[in-house]
Design a protein. Structure first.
Length: 340
């Protein structure tokens, strides 16, 4: 007997009787509407940025004594790092971006501050990554909690022995995501992402990274329609071919001190032709401005000491060419400009 034949006026509402209302539409439609879930996801790295997730640095980040053992280049000053988190949040808010701030517990893994590595938000929700290093194991559960509090559904969790870090994935057009392969994201991680995005009509294109490159993010940064900044030393033939096939204009930077040590290309595109970048990188800033890209700067020097910068610390939740992000009416916490 099918469901319809069991329902009727003689049945309780829990079995389809009076009071029962069937759930209309699809999960994708619910995400797009922004009521059951927060509006989230994107198909362009350069559409106007609507909402982000930042992590307030836990006590553990300041307690690191052996920086190398925790994948950092130097020990950090926790007070300065937290002040920079606040400054980054204010810079985003000044640009009209809604900011969610996660508060990992004091004993969370210290690199949990780099949220971009922990997930990728697709048009239907987040793919929760699985970090490659033992030092970062478990950061994902803190990201999962923060995503849930922000009202973002998790559509897939990378599992098994696969590794996938969100900073290895970038949209280069509305139907294609580049995923760099290396020691941070492996073939099994690519396969997991291909499965999830394939269900959404998106092609995943694996691209090998150049030697000594940590992630695709910071090596390639789209800044406008068919326009991107490229770290020339990190680019492989395969990456260049993928960009040429889509008629990208490339603004190339050689590996000088700003690019390599100050992580000047590790920035966030706010909108086409507008970026938020690390302060203290005047040559990079002049070059971007000369190319017609407007810049806003913020100090992230302590994050650089921890081996990351703006792109790494910013979990992108939503980009949209038209309507600002709104929070869910229930089931999660909406973006709150005063949340910190």
């Amino acid at each position: 007997m099918d469901t319809a034949s069991r329902t009727g006026p003689d049945h309780p509402s829990t079995l389809g009787g009076p009071g029962w209302t069937a759930r209309p539409g699809s999960h994708a439609a619910e995400v797009a509407a922004g009521r059951t879930w927060a509006r989230c996801g994107y198909r362009s790295e350069t559409d106007p940025l609507r909402s982000v997730l930042l992590a307030r640095p836990p006590d553990s980040t300041g307690a690191v004594t052996d920086a190398r053992a925790q994948l950092m280049t130097h020990r950090v000053d926790l007070g300065r790092l937290r002040a920079q988190t606040d400054a980054v949040a204010e810079a985003f808010r000044a640009e009209g971006v809604a900011v969610h701030v996660a508060h990992p517990p004091p004993d969370a893994p210290p690199n949990v501050i780099f949220l971009r590595d922990l997930f990728l938000v697709t048009p239907e929700g987040a793919v929760l990554g699985r970090t490659a290093s033992a030092q970062r194991a478990g950061e994902e559960r803190h990201a999962a909690l923060a995503l849930a509090q922000a009202g973002v559904p998790i559509v897939h969790t990378v599992r098994g022995t696969a590794s996938f870090e969100g900073a290895d994935a970038l949209w280069i057009d509305s139907e294609t995501v580049l995923v760099s392969t290396g020691f941070r994201t492996d073939a099994a991680g690519v396969a997991a992402l291909r499965h999830v995005l394939g269900e959404q009509g998106v092609t995943v294109l694996p691209i090998p990274l150049g030697p000594g490159v940590q992630h695709l993010l910071g090596s390639l940064v789209p800044v406008g329609p068919r326009q991107a900044v490229l770290h020339s030393a990190a680019a492989t033939d395969e990456l260049r071919a993928a960009l040429r096939a889509r008629d990208y204009e490339l603004i190339e930077f050689e590996p000088d001190d700003e690019v390599v040590h100050a992580r000047s290309l590790n920035f966030v595109t706010l909108a086409p032709g507008r970026v938020l970048m690390p302060d203290g990188c005047p040559r990079t800033r002049r070059r971007l401005e000369k190319a017609g890209i407007r810049t806003r700067v913020v100090d992230v020097g302590e994050y650089v000491r921890a081996a990351g910068a703006l792109g790494c610390l910013t979990g992108v939740l939503h980009r949209s060419p038209d309507t600002p992000s709104v929070g869910p009416s229930h089931g999660g916490r909406a973006a709150n400009p005063s949340d910190r």
